[in-house]
Design a protein. Structure first.
Length: 223
């Protein structure tokens, strides 16, 4: 099921967030909560310190980044690129490299992110004290995963959208025209993956398979 809120996306995940001051707060996070957020034009998540605590909704402008389960997210502006109905929302880091690969997801429903945590395909990214416009900092561990997409946020038409950049301030969409050059640079540490990109074994229409293959090759090399 690619569209709609899954049971897992609605569940609480162990994780943490960094607020705008860079303070780390550990607890439970729900990535795709229902209902309205605290601020009209911003994505949001739900947080509580533990299973018995009261939950609160945190708007994107309250946060720099957060981790839910194995998934790392960062706050980003959405300058009318079609990936969010909000002015400020979350993107997920799929490949954490000097030139990073981000994913944003369309859908319909309530809260922030539009992601369903799960389908982990590797380790690497850490959402640290970087934030809005600033990329990552801190380098906290945790795997990155390609999500099985949920609802949340009313983004676009429900399709995954991929972006690249050193940080979210420089985030640009991946297109048919720039795919080979951009993905070759992002995945440049794995020559056999680059070779398949260059020879068009993978293309823009099978990004999920390319990322899964890249993570598999990384894992085989102990990365």
């Amino acid at each position: 099921m690619l569209l709609g809120i899954t049971a897992k996306s609605q569940s609480w995940q162990p994780g943490y967030f960094y607020d705008v001051k860079g303070t780390k707060n550990t607890g439970l996070i729900r990535v795709d909560p229902r209902g309205k957020g605290p601020i009209k034009d911003e994505g949001f998540i739900e947080y509580k310190e533990n299973a018995k605590a009261e939950s609160i909704k945190l708007s994107a402008s309250d946060l720099r980044s957060f981790v839910a389960g194995k998934d790392s997210f960062i706050v980003a502006a959405a300058p009318r690129q079609g990936w969010s109905k909000y002015d400020l929302d979350f993107v997920q880091v799929v490949v954490d490299a000097p030139l990073r690969l981000f994913i944003a997801q369309g859908g319909s429903g309530g809260g922030g992110g539009g992601f369903s945590p799960g389908l982990s395909i590797g380790a690497g990214a850490g959402a640290g004290t970087g934030g809005y416009g600033g990329g990552f900092g801190g380098g906290v561990g945790g795997g990155v995963s390609i999500p099985i997409f949920g609802g949340g946020g009313g983004r676009g038409d429900g399709k995954a959208q991929y972006f690249y950049g050193a940080n979210t301030a420089e985030m640009q969409p991946i297109t048919n025209e720039n795919f080979i050059d951009v993905m070759s640079e992002i995945m440049g540490d794995e020559p056999e993956v680059v070779e398949k990109i260059q020879t068009k074994k993978f293309g823009p229409n099978n990004m999920a398979k390319l990322i899964a293959y890249f993570k598999q090759v990384q894992a085989s090399h102990g990365q």
